[in-house]
Design a protein around this ligand. Structure first.
Ligand code: ATP
Length: 583
C-alpha cells in the first residue's frame, strides 16, 4: 500500500490544457465576447482622445484658432468623456455577464466530470482535495471569470490604446513613452514566473488543511477513542503553519513587485516632459504634442495599477483554474460493456488496494440467480472487498468479476446502478424531505410505493413523523438515528428494484433485537433478487440459501447452514464461537 498521502492526488492542468479551457469558454460565447472587446476598445479610444484633443487645442490656440473652433473641440472632449463612461459601463455589464456565464459553464462541466469520476479514484485522491476543488477553487475561478478577467481585459485594452494614441500624436514622443516598458515587462514576467508556483503551493497547502480537518471530523469518534486529539491537533497546526508560510511567500513577492510597477509609468512621464521640453526648444515637437503624450503617460497609471493589483487575483484564480481543469485530465473510464442478464460471477479473482499486497487470492464465487448468499469470515478476510468488486468500484488485478457475462468494472455506471446496488453502513441523508430522499432511488415512485418500501424495512418511525413524507430531514431538521438512516437506505434499495443487492453489514447499526425483523422483512421484499449479504452476525447466515466462508482472501467453504455445521469446518467453529458469545 502506498504510504505517500499525496501520491493519488488529482492532476493539475498545465499551460496547454488551461489554454484549451480558456479557448473553449471564449468560443462558447464568441459573439458576446467580440461585442465586449469592441466596446472596451471604443471606450479606451474615447478616453485616449481626451488628452490628444487637449494637445490639439493648445497648439490650435498658438496657431490662431477661432474661439468657436476651440469651443467645438472642447465640446467634443466633453462628449468623449460621456461616451467613454457609457461605453465602459455597457462593456463592463456585458463583460460581467459573459464572465458569469463562463463561470456557470465551467462549474457545470466540473460537477459533471466529478460525478463521473470512478469512486475508487475519488477515494484514493482524498475527499479533502476534491472538496477544496469543488468549493474553494470553483468559487475562485468563478470570481476570476466574473470580475478579475474583465478588469484585466479593460486595463490591457486601455493600456494598448493609450500607447497607440501616443504614437499617433508623435512617434518620437511615443518612443519615449516606451522607456518604462522593459521594466514593466521584466517585473511582470518575473512576478508571473515566481508567483505561479507560490500560488499553486498555497492552494495545495489549503487542500491539505481541508483534508486533515475533514478526516479528523469524519473520524472524530476514532480520534476520541484512541485519544488522538493532540496528535490530530498537531497535524492540523503543522499544515496551517505550512499554509501561513506559503502566504508569507506571496506577501514577500508583492512587497518588491508593487513599488517596481509604480516606477514603470512614473519614469516615462518624467522622461516625456523633460526630453519633450528640450525637443520643443529645438522645434522638433509642439507644446500640444508634449502635453498630450505626457497626459497619456499619466493615464497609463490607471490600467497599469489596476491590472497589477488584479495580477495576484489573476494568479490565484489561475492556480484554482489549473486545479479545476485538472479533473478533466483524469483519463475517462471507458465503460461500454453490455451485460446480458444479471448473473454475478467471480472467477479466480486476485485483488489488492493501490500498489499494496494482494488481499484476494484467486477467489471464485458464483451467486445463483435469486438466491440469498451470505458471506461470512473473520475481520480483514476480504468480505467488503468482494462487495466492492461486485459493485464495480474496484477492478480485479487478475481473474474476472462479471455481471451477465460483462466485466462489472466495464459496465456503464448508469446501467450498473440499475442492476446492482451496494448498501454499506455509510448512508447519506440529504437535506430534503423524506419523500425526496426516497425518490432519489426511483424518481417516479408515488407515495404508496414509498410507504410500502418503508414498511418493508420495518421503518415504523416514518408513520410518527409530524409531516409524514413531507418531513424535512437533515442536520437542521428532523435528524434520523443510525438505525433509521439504515432503514431509509434499505427502503431506497427496494424502490431502486435492482437485480442484485449487496448488503455489506447493512443492518449493523440496527439493534440486534430489531435487526432480525428488518432482515426478515427485507428478505421478503427482495424475494426473487440475488442478495449477497456480508454478515458479522452469524444469525443472518442461518436463514441463508447458501453460505460462503472467506478466510485470508479465499473462499474456504460453501454450503447451507446445516451442511456446513455438519462438515465441522471453519463455519462450524465460527458458529460455535459466535453461539458461545451470543448465548
Ligand atoms: P471486516 O469484517 O473487518 O470489515 P473484511 O472481511 O470486510 O473485514 P476487507 O475490508 O475486505 O475485509 O479487507 C481485506 C483486506 O484489505 C484487509 O487486510 C484490509 O486491511 C485491506 N483493505 C481494506 N480496505 C483497504 C483500503 N482502502 N486500502 C488498503 N487496504 C485495504
Amino acid at each position: 500500500m502506498s504510504t505517500d498521502p499525496t501520491a493519488a492526488r488529482l492532476p493539475v492542468a498545465g499551460r496547454a490544457a488551461m489554454f484549451e479551457a480558456i479557448k473553449r469558454l471564449v468560443l462558447a460565447d464568441r459573439r458576446a465576447f467580440a461585442v465586449v472587446v469592441v466596446l472596451y476598445v471604443l471606450a479606451a479610444g474615447a478616453g485616449a482622445a481626451l488628452p490628444v484633443m487637449l494637445g490639439e487645442v493648445i497648439d490650435g490656440i498658438g496657431t490662431g484658432w477661432t474661439a468657436s473652433r476651440v469651443d467645438l473641440v472642447c465640446g467634443a472632449i466633453v462628449a468623449c468623456v460621456v461616451l467613454q463612461l457609457v461605453l465602459l459601463r455597457t462593456g463592463r455589464r456585458l463583460g460581467y455577464r459573459l464572465g458569469e456565464r463562463a463561470a456557470a459553464r465551467l462549474r457545470e462541466s466540473f460537477i459533471d466530470r466529478v460525478l463521473r469520476l470512478p469512486l475508487g479514484t475519488v477515494e484514493r485522491a482524498g475527499t479533502g482535495d476534491l472538496a477544496t476543488r469543488t468549493a474553494g477553487d470553483v468559487g475562485a475561478v468563478a470570481e476570476l471569470l466574473r470580475k478579475t478577467a474583465p478588469e484585466v481585459a479593460v486595463a490591457m485594452i486601455e493600456g494598448t490604446v493609450i500607447i497607440v494614441a501616443a504614437f499617433v500624436v508623435n512617434w518620437k514622443l511615443g518612443l519615449l513613452f516606451l522607456v518604462g516598458m522593459p521594466m514593466l515587462v521584466f517585473a511582470a514576467r518575473r512576478y508571473l514566473r515566481l508567483a505561479s508556483p507560490v500560488f499553486l503551493s498555497e492552494r495545495a497547502a489549503m487542500s491539505e488543511i481541508a483534508e486533515t480537518t475533514t478526516a479528523s471530523a469524519a473520524g472524530s469518534q476514532t480520534v476520541a477513542a484512541y485519544r488522538m486529539q493532540a496528535e490530530r491537533g498537531e497535524a492540523g497546526y503543522a499544515r496551517a503553519a505550512t499554509h501561513m508560510d506559503r502566504l508569507r511567500g506571496i506577501i514577500r513577492l508583492q512587497t518588491w513587485f508593487f513599488p517596481a510597477t509604480d516606477l514603470t509609468f512614473l519614469t516615462p512621464a518624467v522622461v516625456v516632459t523633460v526630453v519633450g521640453g528640450l525637443w520643443y526648444l529645438d522645434g522638433a515637437v509642439t507644446v500640444g504634442e508634449v502635453v498630450a503624450v505626457a497626459m497619456l503617460t499619466l493615464r497609463l497609471d490607471g490600467p497599469v495599477f489596476r491590472s497589477m493589483l488584479s495580477l495576484s487575483e489573476f494568479q490565484m484564480g489561475g492556480a484554482a483554474m489549473a486545479r479545476v481543469e485538472g479533473v478533466h485530465l483524469m483519463p475517462d473510464e471507458v465503460r461500454d460493456a453490455v451485460p446480458s442478464g444479471a448473473e454475478v460471477r467471480l472467477d479466480d479473482v486476485t485483488f489488492g488496494y493501490g500498489d499494496g499486497p494482494d488481499v484476494l487470492h484467486g477467489l471464485s464465487l458464483h451467486p445463483r440467480r435469486g438466491e440469498r448468499l451470505v458471506v461470512v469470515g473473520p475481520s480483514g478476510a476480504g468480505k467488503s472487498t468482494i462487495a466492492r468488486l461486485i459493485a464495480g468500484i474496484d477492478r480485479p488485478r487478475a481473474g474476472s468479476v462479471t455481471l451477465g457475462g460483462a466485466p462489472v468494472a466495464d459496465v456503464p455506471l448508469e446501467v450498473l446502478r440499475r442492476k446492482v446496488v451496494l448498501v454499506t453502513q455509510e448512508h447519506y441523508i440529504f437535506t430534503a424531505s423524506l419523500r425526496e430522499n426516497l425518490n432519489l432511488a426511483a424518481p417516479e415512485a408515488g407515495d404508496e410505493a414509498l410507504l410500502g418500501a418503508l414498511a418493508a424495512v420495518d421503518a415504523r418511525w416514518a408513520a410518527d413523523l409530524p409531516e409524514g413524507l413531507d418531513t424535512m430531514l437533515g442536520e437542521e431538521h428532523h435528524r434520523l438515528n443510525l438505525a433509521e438512516a439504515q432503514q431509509l437506505a434499505l427502503a431506497r434499495v427496494i424502490l431502486a428494484d435492482p437485480d442484485v443487492v449487496i448488503l455489506d453489514e447493512a443492518t449493523a447499526g440496527i439493534d440486534p433485537g430489531s435487526a432480525g425483523n428488518v432482515e426478515a422483512s427485507l428478505a421478503a421484499a427482495l424475494d426473487g433478487r440475488t442478495v449477497i449479504a456480508i454478515a458479522h452476525q452469524l444469525q443472518a447466515a442461518e436463514s441463508a440459501d447458501r453460505i460462503a466462508v472467506v478466510q485470508d482472501g479465499r473462499i474456504v467453504e460453501e454450503g447451507s447452514h446445516a451442511e456446513l455445521l455438519e462438515s465441522g469446518g471453519a463455519y462450524a467453529s465460527l458458529w460455535g464461537a459466535w453461539k458461545g458469545v451470543a448465548v
